[in-house]
Design a protein around this ligand. Structure first.
Ligand code: R5P
Length: 281
């Protein structure tokens, strides 16, 4: 049965429909001291826990769900982490810092037989799990909502790390070139984008990234494209975190549309990652 985390109810439902599995009943409550508790219904012998770890609380909730399904009798537990929080902390960036992605992966490994996670920032983080872990690519599905009539389309990644996602969207679209910019991050909210040599004038450009968090990377990329006289600019991301005023920044920047998947539940999450996950289950 499919067991949904509180932040992944839409995707878990889509995955249940996609795979023909039943959706377990789950309750989420909070004690007066702030601690959370989950309760699951009957889950059968094989449980697939689907929970994005979008916050510290969501991490704890995932560990509780894994424990709860074992308590309810599951002998085979698969954990699907549509969006894995802390994955960007994939190494110690400064002395004294943890490898947070590894710490999270180790904790999650204790309650599961295998892990699937969608477009992690670096697929190498799968090695941090102590159980078999698979990186699922759902980026190609972001081609779905793009208009059929893109003019001389260019799929561009804001940095080299996202070029696989850009290539995946281009492949899903069926035509167009792929390129990437250079990104220098000065702080969490300050990045410099250096354009590539690709001509963008009069072309429709789709900027593809794995995550849009503060929207800084995307809005700087959009500005570079507008300076180059791109015809229309679209934004596609696997994980539409869209923190704070990110959505406003991008819409005010004049992008045609913003598309994301349901690894995170947001009004732009109209593309489901469920078929990509189902194919790897
Ligand atoms: C980092 O390299 C990621 O691929 C994204 O570019 C980054 O997480 C986006 O963050 P923000 O929206 O805050 O610029």
């Amino acid at each position: 049965m499919i067991v949904a985390g509180s932040h992944s109810q839409v995707l878990a439902t889509a995955l249940a429909e996609e795979t023909g599995r039943r959706l377990a009943g789950v309750e989420f409550e909070r004690f007066p001291d702030g601690e959370g508790i989950v309760r699951v219904d009957e889950v059968g012998e094989s449980a697939i826990v689907v929970a994005s770890t979008v916050s510290d609380r969501a991490h704890v909730e995932l560990l509780q769900l894994q424990d709860a399904v074992r308590e309810a009798g599951a002998t085979q537990v698969t954990t699907v982490i549509p969006y894995m929080g802390y994955a960007r902390q994939d190494h110690a960036f400064a002395a004294g810092e943890p490898v947070s992605a590894r710490a999270m992966a180790r904790a999650i490994s204790t309650g599961t037989d295998r892990v699937l996670t969608v477009n992690p920032h670096e697929s190498a983080i799968c090695d941090y799990f102590d159980v078999p872990a698979t990186a699922v690519d759902a980026a190609h599905r972001l081609a779905g909502p793009l208009p059929d009539d893109l003019t001389n389309p260019l799929f561009v990644a804001p940095d080299e790390g996202a070029v696989d996602a850009a290539e995946s969207v281009a492949a899903g679209y069926g035509r167009g070139e792929t390129d990437y910019f250079e990104k220098t991050r000065r702080s969490g909210s300050d990045v410099e984008i250096t354009p590539s040599d690709a001509a963008v004038a009069d072309r429709d450009v789709v900027v593809v990234d794995d995550i849009v968090a503060t929207g800084t990377t995307m809005s700087e990329s959009v500005a570079v494209l507008q300076d180059g006289d791109a015809r229309r600019v679209y934004v596609a991301c696997v994980h539409p975190l869209l923190a704070r005023n990110a959505y406003l920044r991008l819409t005010r920047a004049g992008v045609e549309s913003i598309h994301g998947t349901d690894t995170l539940e947001h009004p732009v999450s109209e593309v489901s990652a469920a078929p990509a996950i189902a194919a790897e289950l």
